[in-house]
Design a protein around this ligand. Structure first.
Ligand code: NAD
Length: 245
């Protein structure tokens, strides 16, 4: 008989990885479409240290538009289902998102980390000043902020070529999970694309067995690594997926 649901037992610990697809039904664009653009921009122009050095105005214009779109978006049933699952599992639930929007938090998720940074935070490009909450929209260079050290203020986003945040915590949670849910990510951006392989390796080297599930409308590049792929939009699949025992 085909498994239609994911059963979560008392002893299970759930690790969730989400990508841009989980916010697609909230109206936020994913970026790995056939044209390789994110909202009409080439990724290397707006999401790389080189792009920032070359044209900070373009980068801030892009992230200002992303801030505006995210502020106007609402969590969808996929975000809500994950928050509901967390409310049942407590600290046996951990969410790692690649998304920079705040829709998981607004749906009620608490035990989560943003491995690629947060849209509504800024930091200094140069000094160790802690990232801070920033909802400003910048339309021209004249409006850009500078740090006391003289460095430019940039979005607190992990760009291509930079090291993701919270990796120690993520490894810790990957090491102790027994169920992994990966939702709405193309399976090509590293290191997140390897999490399912690391979980599977743990099994093959004699660790606790990990059941790994992918949820999304199309198979990701790493689909073969999953125990099962549930095909469909996350907002339609997730609300009926879990059987918590
Ligand atoms: P991606 O754009 O490469 O892939 C999106 C994936 O979502 C695709 O596999 C697609 O099939 C799937 N998808 C589309 N609609 C879906 C739906 N309704 N339900 C479930 N899945 C759906 O995204 P990615 O793999 O997450 O790329 C990683 C990078 O994209 C991250 O670094 C992230 O920071 C950045 N990003 C973030 C946002 C955001 O914060 N909302 C938006 C775009 C890109």
């Amino acid at each position: 008989m085909r498994t239609k649901r994911v059963t979560i037992h008392d002893e299970d610990r759930v690790f969730v990885l989400t990508g841009a697809g989980v916010s697609a039904e909230s109206g936020l664009a994913t970026f790995r479409g056939s044209d390789g653009l994110w909202e009409g921009e080439r990724i290397e122009d707006v999401a790389s240290p080189r792009g920032w050095q070359h044209d900070p105005e373009r980068v801030w214009r892009f992230y200002s538009l992303r801030r505006k779109a995210a502020a106007e978006a609402e969590p969808n049933p996929a975000h809500n289902s994950l928050a509901k699952l967390e409310s049942k599992l407590g600290n046996r639930f951990f969410l790692c998102t690649q998304n920079v929007d705040d829709l998981h938090e607004r749906a009620g998720s608490r035990n989560l980390v943003h491995m690629h940074g947060e849209l509504f935070q800024s930091c200094c490009e140069r000094c160790e000043r802690a990232p801070y909450v920033d909802t400003k929209l910048f339309e021209s260079k004249a409006e850009h902020d500078f740090c006391n050290c003289g460095g430019r203020i940039r979005p607190n986003i992990v760009w291509f070529g930079e090291v993701p945040f919270h990796m120690e915590r993520i490894f810790e949670e990957l090491h102790r999970c027994t169920v992994m849910l990966v939702i709405g990510t193309s399976g090509v951006v590293q290191p997140a694309a390897s999490f399912v392989h690391w979980a599977n390796e743990r099994y093959s080297t004699g660790g606790a067995p990990v059941r790994t599930y992918y949820i999304g409308p199309e198979h990701p590049a790493n689909a073969a690594a999953f125990t099962k792929v549930f095909e469909g939009p996350a907002g339609e699949v997730l609300p009926h997926l879990f059987d918590v025992r």
